[in-house]
Design a protein around this ligand. Sequence first.
Ligand code: AMP
Length: 211
Amino acid sequence: MKKIVLLGPPGSGKGTQAELLSLKENFVHLATGDLLRNEISNRTEFGKEVKNYIDKGLLVPDGLIVDFILDYIRKNDLYNKNVVFDGFPRRNFQAEKLEEELSKNGIGVDKAILIDVDEKTIIERLSTRLICSGCKKIYPGDYDDDECFVCHNKLIKRTDDNIDVIKNRIKVYREETMELLDFYEKKGKLFRIDGNDKPEKIFEIIKKVVL
Ligand code: AMP
């Protein structure tokens, strides 16, 4: 069973590609941001703790996020499933804790795929995109309906998809998350993909790397 980490700046298409792997190749899509936003909408204690960080485009502290995600892996017994990690890890410390957890079960991350996109495209995509309020499917800004074609819930804008927060998220990616490229490169697990192409084309490349 495969464990794949998707890396890349916000708006690079990690969520879209993870969703394709889940729909077409039987992967569990572990969408960290969606899990956190669910906690916020369910008004849990954890949701209250993380909301401030998300609203500002800052990373949730490692201690909080690591416990939350490792707990999710254990509760859902993800060890024996194909999993695509979307949004976790986001720092070396998180990556080390993930390796530790998986290695207790004799497994590890198989591949880390960087989907790279230039900054102008990121800002354009994030400031116009919408997500489904129900199933969280991502829609590009030029989508010409206001409801999700899968579950028919309303399309909404993510509260952190506004220009100031987007700029902060890009900065945080550069300053805190890009260290993961070295982490996985040193292990010989990193693959780089040009994310400026069409999603279907990128998916074909990802399938070749993963399957
Ligand atoms: P995403 O939906 O992946 O863009 O994540 C949205 C926000 O959730 C990020 O800007 C962070 O505030 C928070 N977040 C998601 N994943 C992590 C992580 N692995 N570590 C810390 N914060 C995270």
